[in-house]
Design a binder for this molecule. Sequence first.
Ligand SMILES: NC(=O)c1ccc[n+]([C@@H]2O[C@H](COP(=O)([O-])OP(=O)(O)OC[C@H]3O[C@@H](n4cnc5c(N)ncnc54)[C@H](OP(=O)(O)O)[C@@H]3O)[C@@H](O)[C@H]2O)c1
Length: 250
Amino acid sequence: MMNYGCEGLNVVISGGTSGIGLAAAEKFLADGANVYILGRSVLRGAMAVQKLQAMTGEKVFYIPCDVTSAEDCRRVMQSIGESIHVLVNAAGVYLERRLENLTEEDFSYIIDTNLKGTMLLTQAALPLMYEGGSIINIASDAGISGNYGCPLYCASKGAVVALTKALALDYAPRIRVNCVCPADVDTPLLRKQLEDSNGGYTMADMADAYPLQRIGRAEEIAHVICSVASPHNSFMTGSVIPVDGGLTAK
Ligand SMILES: NC(=O)c1ccc[n+]([C@@H]2O[C@H](COP(=O)([O-])OP(=O)(O)OC[C@H]3O[C@@H](n4cnc5c(N)ncnc54)[C@H](OP(=O)(O)O)[C@@H]3O)[C@@H](O)[C@H]2O)c1
């Protein structure tokens, strides 16, 4: 078992009820952190709590939250009410749609969750952030290089990369702010992407694009998130870290 040095730290994870956020919650719990997971669906929240407690034997807290709502974000922080050592902004949505078919509703859906949600939750958390704390935003390879057929998603994740660097400057030396950029990872988000493509492409097609010849696993991204958050990792801020099987090295 890895030791990230997060024992006793308070960790808040948006999107902690599924996929990458859920895998990060599991690792932080196993490391002895107090973990708060956020998401909109109360059912998904309850299932995640059950799964995490069964896997780790540790108590985990679910708080319903829509990160697109400033009021929700403030309410979450009020209900936590104590120092936050680590904030992981993992809540995110994906849309595969070329520019000519995009609507203003699509714009709000993607930008409000991926960018505005990251801003609002971070803003609400700041007054509670522990001096020496750490914020980890989850962007994407799509925020580093272009991807086919998903310009809005790319734009939202590119903005998260830029936001990360700007916040790293504004809040140094008090808080470290970094950005983890996964490529394709087998999560419910990716399964839905494949379903929506109506057989247009498969997981094997995706794997072909990677120097490592496969897509990622949620626990591999979670490991990097915990490593970046770790108090041992105290000299890293403003960094953009691809975890992508070599995809953006091409
Ligand atoms: N999987 C990939 O291939 C991949 C690749 C690169 C980057 N990423 C990024 O990694 C992050 C996690 O993705 P994932 O694959 O783990 O997705 P996932 O399994 O679909 O999980 C997404 C999580 O975000 C929550 N969420 C969505 N909208 C929300 C909102 N408005 N307010 C609060 N919570 C919200 C979901 O819960 P509710 O729906 O219940 O709210 C869920 O907990 C995302 O930012 C995604 O863009 C994923």
